[in-house]
Design a protein around this ligand. Structure first.
Ligand code: ADP
Length: 156
């Protein structure tokens, strides 16, 4: 059975992430979304909130599961890592990570999917910026996540 892991901050999940994981779910028997807990910056959503939002968004994809992880990616069980690439900046960063991960764990392969043009400009960071300024992000994230963003910022 081919099992892959799709790691990231997902703070929050966007339509770009969703596109990668829908396509990934067709490539692998099982795809585990792994929410990174030890990101350097303070997240907007807690891991529990992110997990809940992702679980809701992927409920109709049977071979996708959600987990959280701390520490290094190479400590996870699957030996296939799925990542998305939007830009040259993504490429540079991802190339370095993939090479280093493989140096640390030679059986680990990273598989890259190019972002779909419709989603290539979407990032969690920009979505948070727009929502924080009162903008409409419903074109960039699933409806339930747009609602959560609204709630988060109106509560501040
Ligand atoms: P990280 O903090 O690890 O970069 P992200 O949640 O920002 O976590 O992204 C997780 C993965 O999803 C990365 O491989 C990233 O390049 C990819 N990704 C993020 N946004 C998009 C998008 N709009 N289209 C395709 N891939 C994306």
């Amino acid at each position: 059975m081919r099992k892959a892991v799709y790691p990231g901050s997902f703070d929050p999940l966007t339509n770009g992430h969703l596109d990668i994981l829908q396509r990934g779910a067709r490539l692998f028997d099982q795809l585990v979304i792994a929410i990174l807990q030890n990101g350097g910056k303070q997240p907007l959503f807690s891991v529990a909130e992110r997990r809940e939002m992702i679980a809701e968004a992927v409920a109709d994809i049977p071979n996708v599961a959600v987990e959280q992880f701390e520490g290094l990616l190479i400590g996870l069980e699957p030996n296939i890592v799925l990542r998305g690439i939007r830009t040259f900046a993504d490429y540079e960063f991802e190339q370095q990570m993939a090479v280093l991960n493989r140096q640390m764990r030679p059986d680990l392969e990273t598989v890259f999917l190019m972002a779909s043009p419709a989603h290539a400009a979407i990032s969690s960071r920009v979505v948070k910026e727009i929502a924080g300024l009162g903008g409409d992000v419903s074109a960039f994230v699933p409806p339930a996540i747009a609602q959560r963003l609204k709630g988060k910022f109106s509560a501040r």
